[in-house]
Design a protein around this ligand. Sequence first.
Ligand SMILES: *[C@@H]1O[C@H](CO)[C@@H](O)[C@H](O)[C@H]1NC(C)=O
Ligand SMILES: *[C@@H]1O[C@H](CO)[C@@H](O)[C@H](O)[C@H]1NC(C)=O
Ligand SMILES: *[C@@H]1O[C@H](CO)[C@@H](O)[C@H](O)[C@H]1NC(C)=O
Length: 232
Amino acid sequence: MGNQWVFGLHLVLLSMFLVSTKYTCLGAQNSTRSCHERERLALLKFKQSVIDDFEVLSSWVGIGCCSWKGVRCDKVNPYLAQLRHLQHLDLSGNNFYGSQIPKFIGFFKQLSNLNLSYAYFGGIIPHHIGNLSNLKVLDLGSNDMLNANDMAWVSGLSSLEHIGLSDVDLSQANNDDMAFYMIPSLTYLSLRGCGVSSSDLGLHLNSCKITPTIEHLNLRSNYFEGQLPHFF
Ligand SMILES: *[C@@H]1O[C@H](CO)[C@@H](O)[C@H](O)[C@H]1NC(C)=O
Ligand SMILES: *[C@@H]1O[C@H](CO)[C@@H](O)[C@H](O)[C@H]1NC(C)=O
Ligand SMILES: *[C@@H]1O[C@H](CO)[C@@H](O)[C@H](O)[C@H]1NC(C)=O
């Protein structure tokens, strides 16, 4: 068919905690339902990076990843089979028990939509997310244990339209104002409950560098004081 965007490998896990993984990528499969090594390793990496108390992923052993629970393989050109063609990844609403967001997410260069909200991710946001230059929607919101040490990575997200960081702790983060002027396409920004103060953002909010495309801005539940910046 020559359609490169036929989704080949679907992973739909429906189970207790490690659930509602809506995961689509370009698949690897020949008619033999053999399993592409690269995808198999990526799935195993994913398995290793999460805590699976309920053994939802217990069938993910051996080489035949097409028969693993929740994985479905289609017939797609094997040469196109690489997870770097993943376009949508939605792991929202899971419980990753404070695990870090895996750094290998930075390899999914074609990703345009990444939703990791409400998933109990913790630790520092990996700067590798900044490699996702095709990303349009990034939702990291409502992960109370998640924080950032530096937000300079947002400058790599040159296609970003929507970024949700509600309840992510940015109080210790450097460059958390960068979202305001480093992403030219941004229309939606939520920093609700991020623990930021006027001094974190003030400097650039008074400059003319602010992205003009912003339509939705949520700065609720932070520590602002003094005059409203010129921007408003
Ligand atoms: C793919 O299928 C073709 C024919 O159906 C076969 O000749 C080839 O060996 C298969 N390749 C793999 C990697 O299984
Ligand atoms: C991400 O997923 C959550 C929960 O499923 C949903 O409420 C939210 O709207 C999604 N974010 C985006 C940007 O679509
Ligand atoms: C992504 O970004 C990180 C840190 O910003 C960098 O070290 C890494 O080499 C980049 N590449 C990939 C594929 O993650």
